[in-house]
Design a protein around this ligand. Structure first.
Ligand SMILES: [Zn+2]
Length: 335
């Protein structure tokens, strides 16, 4: 599987897309989810759509969109003081039987920690020329021909994320891993925030930007974000002097075979009881595929995103709003 084909697809769809993987901030996400909830354009195929109407720091009001059980406006909070929405009753009931969880996250989850996304409001593609320059800089061919340019782009993105910390969505996934007998987290994010929060079984399918790999001797190392943000040229290997590469899948490069194999084993051989996808438009086939497979084999499928995505007609439950609001509620509902 190649990341490049999907990235071209994204570029083509950029102007037509109506959904976004995430927002530039939690506040923006809450605001947009509220706007989305009041919109008359619904998800045609979704079985259950529930919208979070917005949130205050430790309290959230929700409305069931199709529950047919009155206004359903209630509020609640989890022990840690983090915001939580009330789940649809049928979802809460099914979650009580879940023993294994496969979570899939995208840029929207990082956006709630203040990390800029590619798409969506405040995203890198807001300026198409700037966005395409960034994608070109972060491509395999550019790394080969002009590694300084690639590393300057990495430094610029790292500089924007230098103070980012795990948010309630990251912590909820740690809690899910603690509760589930079997847990796997497939993420498109390269910022390491899931690991920083404490998630263990993570398939970072696009890699980890803190990791470095020597193009000469193959030695692996790390450059933490504070140092990375100040790079002005490609760093060199301390052992052999060759140029290092960032440990991420650049545009136009193939996904690492070992991680694809782990993905297949985790989501296709025996799909988890619950497949939960959050903060991603799921445009990549290797992100949408596990959800479709889970649905086909009768597993519970849930999507969390501020806006509709291509998956809303596939999943059992579509929850509109920030991952930092819904994921704590889902974690709390697990046995
Ligand atoms: Zn080396």
């Amino acid at each position: 599987m190649c990341r490049g084909r999907a990235s071209k697809l994204i570029l083509r769809m950029r102007t037509a897309a109506t959904s976004a993987g995430g927002r530039s901030s939690l506040r923006a996400a809450a605001k947009r989810s509220s706007a989305s909830a009041s919109s008359s354009t619904g998800c045609a195929g979704g079985r259950v759509r529930t919208a979070c109407k917005g949130m205050r720091p430790a309290l959230c009001r929700c409305r069931r969109a199709r529950s047919g059980r009155g206004s359903g406006v209630r509020s609640g909070s989890v022990d840690a003081g983090e915001p939580v929405c009330e789940l649809p009753a049928r979802l809460a009931e099914r979650l009580r039987a879940v023993r294994s969880v496969g979570a899939i996250t995208g840029a929207g989850v990082s956006a709630e920690s203040g990390i800029r996304t590619y798409r969506g409001q405040g995203g890198i593609y807001d300026d198409p020329e700037d966005g395409e320059r960034t994608v070109e800089a972060l491509s395999g061919p550019t790394l080969l021909g002009d590694p300084d340019r690639t590393w300057r782009a990495v430094a610029a993105l790292s500089g924007m994320a230098v103070h980012a910390r795990p948010n309630p969505a990251h912590r909820a996934l740690v809690e899910m891993e603690r509760r589930a007998a079997r847990f796997v987290l497939l993420t498109q994010n390269v910022d390491g925030l899931h690991q920083m929060a404490g998630s263990c079984n993570v398939i970072d399918i696009h890699g980890d930007v803190a990791v470095t790999e020597c193009r000469g001797c193959g030695a692996r190392g790390r450059i933490e974000r504070e140092e990375r943000a100040h790079l002005r040229a490609a760093p060199l290997c301390a052992a052999c002097g060759s140029v290092l590469r960032p440990g991420v899948v650049l545009f136009g490069e193939m996904l690492p075979e070992d991680k694809v194999a782990r993905l297949r084993a985790a989501f296709y051989e025996d799909p988890p009881d619950l497949v939960l996808v959050a903060g991603t438009t799921a445009l990549f086939p290797y992100i949408a595929g596990p959800v479709q497979e889970a649905r086909r084999r009768g597993r519970l499928t849930v999507e969390v995103n501020p806006e509709e995505t291509v998956l809303c007609g596939t999943v059992d439950f579509s929850l509109r709003g920030p991952a930092g609001v819904w994921l704590p509620a889902i974690a709390k509902a697990l046995p």
